[in-house]
Design a protein around this ligand. Structure first.
Ligand code: CTP
Length: 221
């Protein structure tokens, strides 16, 4: 019998919500954590589809598919299309929580700018997809918080119907958006908690994929 290859869907990087073709709202996510996770998953022998927002990080070799998106709506469509055939979704993208209410399809001239921009919420991709979660499918969410990290993370675990939430404190430079290192607490649905000490994101990613492989797919790597 041939062994089942884990099909893994990963999101990474920021999204950009455009006001017009030359202006947008976004966040400083580098995409590094998600791309490191994708590389580690490829090394584990998983079939990896990566949906990635605008970022400079080079993508790893060996991906099944790399889909470049810009906005949260595009990210949602790309993930939604692929979600049902994935065994695991790792949602490490820093999706913008808001987008401008309207988009102007040409460059707005300085003299015509409306300085009171109205925003509307973007779709909560993880929460929406979690409602379609099938048995044997695993959802990994992230919670980057500045304070009360573990409590906020546990709230996200429950509210987004996750199997595990990867929580970290973002304050100052350490573990922040631009940092190439991170520390992480993994809080599982079954209350298991694993702490990964401050280390390079590549190393953290390797550890995370190893833990998920063992925990969800009962395979040591
Ligand atoms: N997320 C998502 N869709 C959004 C916002 C967030 O799928 N529109 C996902 C992120 O990729 C992450 C998790 O939800 O895996 C938590 O994101 P985070 O920004 O920490 O939390 P929010 O749900 O946006 O809540 P808050 O900003 O209030 O902390």
């Amino acid at each position: 019998m041939t062994e089942h290859v884990v099909r893994c869907l990963i999101s990474a990087g920021p999204t950009r919500e455009h006001l017009d073709p030359v202006r947008y709202i976004s966040n400083p996510s580098s995409g590094k954590m998600g791309v490191s996770l994708a590389a580690a998953a490829v090394r584990a022998g998983w079939k990896v589809s990566l949906v990635v927002g605008p970022c400079e990080v080079p993508l790893p070799e060996g991906l099944e598919e790399a889909v470049r998106v810009t906005s949260s709506d595009e990210m949602y469509s790309a993930l939604s299309e692929r979600f049902d055939s994935a065994d695991i979704l790792i949602m490490s993208a820093a999706v913008s929580d808001m987008k401008p209410q309207s988009y102007v399809p040409h460059k707005v001239k300085k003299a015509d700018i409306d300085f009171c921009v109205h925003f509307v919420p973007t779709v909560d991709i993880l929460k929406t997809l979690s409602k379609r979660k099938a048995q044997g499918q695993f959802l990994v969410g992230f919670a980057a918080e500045t304070d009360d990290v573990l409590n906020y993370a546990k709230k996200k675990l429950a509210e987004k119907n996750l199997d595990v939430v990867a929580a970290n404190k973002v304050c100052g430079k350490r573990g922040g958006f631009g940092d190439s290192s991170n520390e992480m607490t993994l809080i599982f649905k079954d209350s298991d908690v694993k702490f990964l000490e401050y280390a390079k994101k590549d190393y953290i990613a390797e550890k995370m994929i190893g833990i998920f492989s063992e925990k969800f797919f009962h395979k040591k790597i």
